[in-house]
Design a binder for this molecule. Structure first.
Ligand SMILES: C[S@@+](CC[C@H](N)C(=O)[O-])C[C@H]1O[C@@H](n2cnc3c(N)ncnc32)[C@H](O)[C@@H]1O
Ligand SMILES: [Zn+2]
Length: 291
């Protein structure tokens, strides 16, 4: 009897555990290939694991610009500001929600969509009572993901667009959407049934004193993010505080907000020079469940 043909290529593949990713080009599962530190699909598309541990799953044909996502300057400003701890009450509230709702799941999978440099992912790891979270982060900005992966080797980061998130169906227990763009049908596809979507949006008083120095007529806006179909809101929580950033931190804060575009030189100067400016922060956390 003739021996069965041996596929040498396949012999080199060492399959570890079920992998979360699908190929961004042909949507078949991606398997990790240890010998070359890469991922590969059955149609031979390859994606290298960077030395910092992240994977770039954003093929050039889906890139709308050379460096999509937030600019380096915006990322630097956000990093300085967040790492000074001003939004820590928000990180704590997110961690509390995780503890309340995922306590019974042995290793819940959580994805931070549009994670930037991964500030919330690192904070959650520190603040949660749950000691076995499987943390993932995705952002379209490669520099942000590179920094996030360097800082948190215990989490898994990928460069990808939230328009097409290259993960398997029903993979996650919770998706985090913090000031980030998202795609409702992708959210639905990625979440398990009874999985949670936690959305953070600015509350009506968010950065009120900063806005007063920019807009002539400051209005309270309530910006609830629309939910995907078949999602039901479980809780709405408001987290508010007062912060007193110094001059440099105020400039960072301005740079990471959309109203930086509206601020003239004089307004920017006034924000920088104001004495001990107290600024309200105000967030709405909407927890919804997929049925
Ligand atoms: C306002 S920032 C919020 C970052 C982080 N969630 C936070 O709250 O600090 C928006 C983030 O979304 C990313 N982003 C923009 N478009 C995206 C897309 N289509 N897919 C994934 N991320 C995107 C940006 O690069 C940026 O990091
Ligand atoms: Zn493929």
């Amino acid at each position: 009897m003739r021996p069965l043909p041996v596929d040498n290529e396949k012999l080199h593949l060492i399959y570890l555990k079920p992998m979360p990713y699908i190929c961004p080009i042909c949507q078949t599962p991606l398997r990790q290939q240890l010998s070359t530190r890469s991922y590969q699909c059955s149609n031979d598309h390859h994606f290298d694991i960077a030395k910092e541990g992240y994977i770039n799953l954003l093929p050039a044909q889906y890139k709308k610009s050379k460096e999509p996502g937030d600019s380096k300057e915006m990322m630097r400003a956000r990093r300085n500001f967040l790492e000074a701890g001003f939004y820590q009450p928000l990180a704590q509230a997110i961690s509390n929600i995780i503890d309340q709702h995922l306590a019974d799941i042995p290793k819940p999978r959580i994805l931070d969509m549009g994670c930037g440099e991964g500030y919330y992912s690192r904070q959650i790891e520190v603040l949660t009572q749950h000691n076995k979270l499987d943390l993932h982060g995705l952002d379209i900005a490669k520099n942000a993901i590179l920094a996030a992966a360097k800082k948190q080797a215990t989490a898994q980061f990928i460069v990808a667009s939230s328009e097409r998130m290259p993960y398997s169906d029903n993979f996650f227990n919770l998706l985090l959407r913090i000031y980030a763009p998202s795609n409702n049908s992708e959210i639905k596809r990625l979440l398990k049934t009874n999985g949670y979507l936690l959305t953070v949006t600015p509350g009506p008083r968010h950065l009120w004193q900063l806005k007063e120095l920019i807009y002539q007529d400051t209005k309270e806006h309530d910006t609830q993010a629309p939910l995907p179909e078949n999602f039901t809101t479980l809780t709405n929580q408001r987290v508010s505080d007062i912060i007193i950033p110094n001059q440099d931190q105020r400039m960072d804060l301005l740079q990471m907000t959309p109203f930086a575009w509206r601020a003239t030189k004089q307004m920017t100067h006034a924000i920088q020079q104001a004495q001990d400016l107290e600024i309200e922060i105000d967030f709405i956390l909407t927890l919804a469940v997929k049925s």
